[in-house]
Design a protein around this ligand. Structure first.
Ligand SMILES: [Fe+2]
Ligand SMILES: [Fe+2]
Length: 387
């Protein structure tokens, strides 16, 4: 070893009258002992610092692993961290209202940041096509393409059918019935309409009403000929997925997505967080919990969810609602997001005071101006039903 890690300098030894004396052998020995103690203290504090650094690096690496799997998740994590930080800082600064006595140190803010970094780490186990599923028929590709091809086959069958009829008429030297062309066009138009209908439904942007489900069931029964065999127009799985009422995920896929919160919980619980970061596991794994106990993975309730947990819940939800990565529909405006969050409050899912603070303090706008499109920078007058 023999590494110089510091210098201890003693100068001007004095007696009780302030007279300068020379150092003796006893001074030398006791100074050596002191220096040895000091070096142990320095080495220890360095080790602790290094350990802290490598721990934070370890967490950042876990976060990076999940972020590199998908750009979407990477961006989501960055934005959730930013929103949570903005809320926590605004709470710290507020000198009136509900949060006037809440203060956050740099360490507290670091815990929130770290929790945001790893909150979706459980998505490491979620199949990519489910995580990114943006259409009802999507698996590793959008299966609407297969249906389009089927429609093409059906249209070709119709054309062939009418060509054969024309051929027969020609052979028999009969004149073509005038309505034949019209009938053909009508049949082709029906197929074009079916195509438009299925494409619209595949987007999953609107709630699927009963009449559309019945129409899908009728369509599924339709058949077409392949190699002389009659095949159903829609497979069972295609019908199941197209019949999803809201969004693009079916029940099994939704369960798989929900599972990421369990995995996050398992991962963070397996890590021995130091005392100064003891809140990180809870803040990270509680981001899908709801105040009324209907969330996941642990069905915690209002008494069990801290203000920091609630900040993460709001940041995660607001980011998901404001993001514009789903290309088929325009991103929500701030007014639309406020309305959705109000519904969540009314259903007992979210913290009314915190959401109110988020809008009244203008954090939403500050965030929208830095991260969202100009159309999403509208001003919200926030009030809840119980105000
Ligand atoms: Fe999540
Ligand atoms: Fe998230």
């Amino acid at each position: 070893m023999n590494e110089t890690i510091g210098v201890l300098q003693l100068i001007n030894k004095q007696n009780t009258y302030g007279e300068i004396l020379s150092f003796d052998i006893f001074d030398e020995e006791s100074t050596k002992a002191l220096a040895s103690q000091a070096s142990v203290a320095i080495v220890n504090s360095r080790l602790i610092h290094e350990l802290e650094e490598s721990f934070e690096l370890f967490i950042a690496t876990i976060a990076k692993a999940i972020n590199t799997r998908s750009d979407h998740t990477g961006e989501h994590v960055r934005k959730v961290s930013k929103i949570a930080n903005m809320i926590a800082k605004a709470i710290h600064k507020s000198d009136s209202g509900l949060y006037k006595d809440v203060y956050y140190t740099e360490e507290d803010l670091n815990q929130i940041h770290m929790a945001a970094q790893i909150h979706d780490v459980g998505k490491i186990s979620t199949a990519e096509y489910i995580m990114e599923k943006s259409k009802k028929l999507e698996t590793i590709f959008d299966r609407i393409e297969l249906i389009d091809e089927r429609i093409e086959i059906l249209k070709r069958d119709i054309s062939i059918k009418y060509l054969e009829k024309e051929l027969d008429a020609l052979k028999n030297q009969e004149s073509l019935p005038a309505e034949l062309h019209k009938e053909k066009e009508k049949e082709l138009t029906v197929l074009d309409d079916i195509k438009i209908f299925l494409h619209e439904i595949n987007f999953g942007s609107e709630y699927l009403e009963d009449d559309k489900i019945s129409k899908l069931q009728m369509l599924a029964k339709r058949t077409y000929q392949i190699n002389g065999e009659s095949v159903q127009f829609l497979s069972e799985d295609e019908l199941k997925n197209l019949s999803i009422r809201r969004g693009t995920l079916n029940d099994e896929e939704r369960k798989i997505i929900h599972k990421h919160a369990d995995i996050t919980l398992e991962i963070v619980n397996a890590i021995n967080f130091p005392k100064r970061l003891k809140q990180v596991p809870d803040i990270a794994s509680n981001h899908h919990e709801k105040l009324d106990g209907t969330g996941y993975p642990r069905q915690l309730n209002a008494d069990q969810l801290t203000l920091e947990d609630r900040i993460m819940i709001l940041a995660d939800m607001f980011e998901a609602l404001s993001t514009s990565n789903r290309s088929y529909r325009s991103a929500n405006s701030m007014t639309e997001i406020a309305a959705i969050l109000k519904d969540f409050i009314d259903m007992g899912h979210m913290d009314k005071d915190l959401v109110k603070f988020f809008f009244e303090s203008g954090i939403y706008r500050e965030y929208a101006q830095s991260e969202l499109s100009p159309e999403q920078q509208d001003i919200v007058e926030f009030s809840t039903t119980s105000d």
